[in-house]
Design a protein around this ligand. Sequence first.
Ligand code: ZN
Length: 161
Amino acid sequence: MDLINFIIYLTLWISGTVFGSFFTLAVHRIPKHQDITHERSYCPNCNHKLQFLDLIPVWSYIFLGGKCRYCKNKIRPRYLILEITSGLVFLLLGLWRNIGLNTSIHEFIIFAFDILFLCFGFISIGIFKETKKLPKGLIIYGVSVTTAKIIYSVVVHSIWS
Ligand SMILES: [Zn+2]
């Protein structure tokens, strides 16, 4: 693997871990009808708002020794496992889709659809594990992403090939 590809896949892995920490937040907040995009993450034990450095996936967990910086409460290692797994899934998806410098815009769009669908997959599994049900909004999101991807594939296929 040359340097460019190494950088591309490292970036993919890091993006995956960032998505992974967003999934944890979404799984935690969606069933409680809390805002998932605007409000900063907080420690579920002491409710202290997390600072930028506390939010770096994987690294912050290792650096803080798996504890909240403010109340020293232990953070469950599954957050770390989820972030690493999510990073790996992004990496594998990139390899499978053969993402690189020669990737066409069309392939990138399909890849983006895959990522949007992965968000649905990860968050659904997480919420289902916690609550044994799926929120309606999430199902609508999953169906919309899939429909949009099919429409896009069919349209592009008939126009450009
Ligand atoms: Zn705390």
